[in-house]
Design a protein around this ligand. Structure first.
Ligand code: ZN
Ligand code: ZN
Ligand code: ZN
Length: 343
């Protein structure tokens, strides 16, 4: 296991994984050497969860020592190049040279058996299957000791950090709350104490049907935030105040699947398949004092950072969110209409 170091003074995590094994980089478009493709299951760790769709029913299976589940729709296994690990602990050290073991689970969720698909193109139903699996994993991981936070993210495109081009998500757990979530939770609590309500509920009200909204479904809203870090950045929020992703209903999962497929599909058309990161900002479910109105943030990667961003945390964004919302909104609404069959 590697170690997780904190800066001398800042609340900043730096993970230093174990000397990493060489990972087979997959750049083959036919997927013949891709470890995530059907037929190559033995190239990865055994499936912890293989979701199989049989006669319209979802079966949750897993690989055993002598059998590998085939014909899966979504497949989850331990990462071959983990950022964190559950093997025996290394040492702790105190500030100013603080370090703790980088303890946790790193799982890969393969989002489709089809190598040439992407999260912007898989069906709404398949997105629903992926979300069912993510919910299953979040619930299970929070029952494990030393899991304080479950981070879920997508790297799409090599410049967004993807090591394998087959569509997939990463799930990485930590024994402390990552700084961004901690800052969001602290800010939300301060706002709540001063104003008596959740900040997200309040800005959702402001953004609804405003110039930065890009799409709304029954339960979710997508909009470009007032102060976006990245050009064309957008956020997806449940409209109702809900802090636990584990508790959302199947109906909400289906609606979120439609929302994600429509916005990612619309984004990929408007931005010509630009690389992007997508992150789930969920509450740390074991800490009541750190609950947040959960949401998803999408960061298209269209530009590089300068000294101002890297050195001072001040971001220059040449695309105003109102303009981003206009471009993404028209593309995403067309995508949604196509998906639900209104032309
Ligand atoms: Zn593949
Ligand atoms: Zn709220
Ligand atoms: Zn957030």
């Amino acid at each position: 296991m590697g170690d997780l170091r904190k800066d001398y003074v800042l609340d900043k995590f730096i993970v230093m994984p174990e000397a990493s094994q060489a990972v087979s980089e997959d750049r083959n478009s036919d997927g013949s050497n891709c470890p995530y493709c059907p037929g190559n299951e033995s190239m990865t760790e055994p499936a912890i969860l293989a979701l199989v769709v049989k006669e319209g029913m979802l079966q949750r299976l897993s690989d055993s020592e002598d059998s590998i589940i085939e014909d899966w729709s979504v497949r989850v296994f331990q990462s071959e190049k983990p950022v964190v690990a559950t093997s025996s602990a290394t040492s702790y050290s105190e500030k100013p040279l603080y370090s703790e073991p980088a303890y946790g689970y790193h799982q890969i969720v393969v989002a489709s058996p089809d190598h040439n698909q992407s999260l912007s193109h898989i069906s709404v139903e398949q997105w629903g299957n992926v979300l069912v699996v993510i919910q299953d994993r979040v619930r299970w991981l929070y029952t494990q000791k030393s899991v304080t936070y479950v981070s879920i993210y997508v790297n799409s495109g090599a410049s967004a950090g993807a090591q394998v081009s087959h569509p997939h998500l990463n799930i990485v757990t930590f024994s402390s709350i990552p700084p961004v979530i901690d800052t969001e939770a602290e800010g939300a609590h301060r706002f709540m104490n001063e104003n008596g309500n959740c900040p997200a509920c309040s800005f959702i009200g402001v953004e609804s049907s405003g110039p930065r909204q890009i799409l709304a479904t029954d339960n979710f809203i997508a909009f470009c935030p007032w102060a976006p870090t990245y050009p064309y950045e957008f956020w997806v929020y449940p409209k109702r105040h809900i802090t636990s992703f584990s508790k959302i209903t199947q109906k909400e999962i289906n609606d979120l699947a439609l929302m994600l497929r429509a916005t990612l599909g619309g984004m990929s058309k408007a931005l010509r398949d630009a690389p992007f990161n997508l992150v789930f900002h969920l509450s740390p479910e074991k800490k009541n004092s750190r609950l947040i109105h959960w949401h998803i943030e999408v960061y298209p990667q269209m530009n590089t950072w300068s000294g101002l961003e890297r050195g001072f945390g001040v971001f220059v964004n040449h695309v105003r969110p109102e303009k981003s919302a206009e471009i993404l909104g028209s593309s995403c609404r067309k995508e949604l209409a196509g998906l639900v069959g209104i032309v």
